[in-house]
Design a protein around this ligand. Sequence first.
Ligand code: SF4
Length: 368
Amino acid sequence: MGCLSCPMMVVFRTGWKARFELFGRVMQTLRTLEALEREGLVTNDPRLAAAAQSMAIAITPEMAALIDRRDPARDPIARQFVPSAAETEISSDELADPIGDEARSPVKGIVHRYPDRVLLKPLHVCPVYCRFCFRREKVGPGGEALSAAELAAALAYIRARPEIWEVILTGGDPLMLAPRRLSKLVAALDAIPHISVLRIHSRVPIVDPRRVTDEMVLALKPRRAALWFGVHCNHPRELAANTRAALARLADAGIPLMGQTVLLAGINDDVETLDQLMRALVTARVKPYYLHHPDLVRGTSHFRVSVERGQALMKALRGRLSGLAQPTYVLDVPGGYGKVPIGPAYLGDDPDALLVEDSFGGRHRYPR
Ligand code: SF4
């Protein structure tokens, strides 16, 4: 398939919606096993039906166009979105709610884990469905979206708690709301005087960049509170030309961007790929923020990497990349106890001095 800078790829706009054409063919989001089979992305395997039942399928045309059709089973883009028979294998330590959203949800749509900030999840719809998603048992088309009354109750919860300083809009993907609805939600949060920071977490600029129109960018901007925008990106190939253009539209509007990456076996668990990804993000004006250790999501052991491997990769990155390009490696503690940085450590112990390890593995004594 052609890459996204291919001259045969055309995007037509009507209002804030747009159509994607490749080689003169209108491309739609792939949503069924039959569609994946027609595109040569799966072979006939009866276990795939069970995998597809356990989570919705969606691959946007932009992501489908990036997949190497010669070997989709090993392609790092395909592996993120194409169902696999391995999803039917559930291990005993895997959880339906791996980061404890339910345990920390006082009101529908709100997760309140830390005193000064809350998550607000207006809907559970996404442009793509990532097979490793930590909310894979919640997200899906037509999936739970807050009704007007539920959204009002969630906003009332935030309004009543002056200790809440930051609201993080997540989901699902908040950018799946039409710009008019998103704008109303941003304005409602902006009108709460104790909210100083609004954060939006989204995969849309990466996987469905056509949605990042001027109207959408305008809808995102509060008048008063500071806005930060987190993009979820796992592989350097995801940063194709149209994705970089969408990120530039956000950055040019003065919106600070930060990157979140999930460490995933067979997708980005090697130093070359992570190095390229972090450099590509910084070049696109996205500051790498978190490298997430994969959560204990049911049916995702084929994506899991050991913590030791993750730490070794972070050490290797430290020796290759500037601080600007370094994410923090974090693990979400099951049960809703939040994120913790998990190293690697650079301080060793000695009775008389600290032993400091430099970026290239050298050890040095430092007075206590
Ligand atoms: S876009 Fe985010 S919330 Fe949606 S399926 Fe992917 S990881 Fe999950």
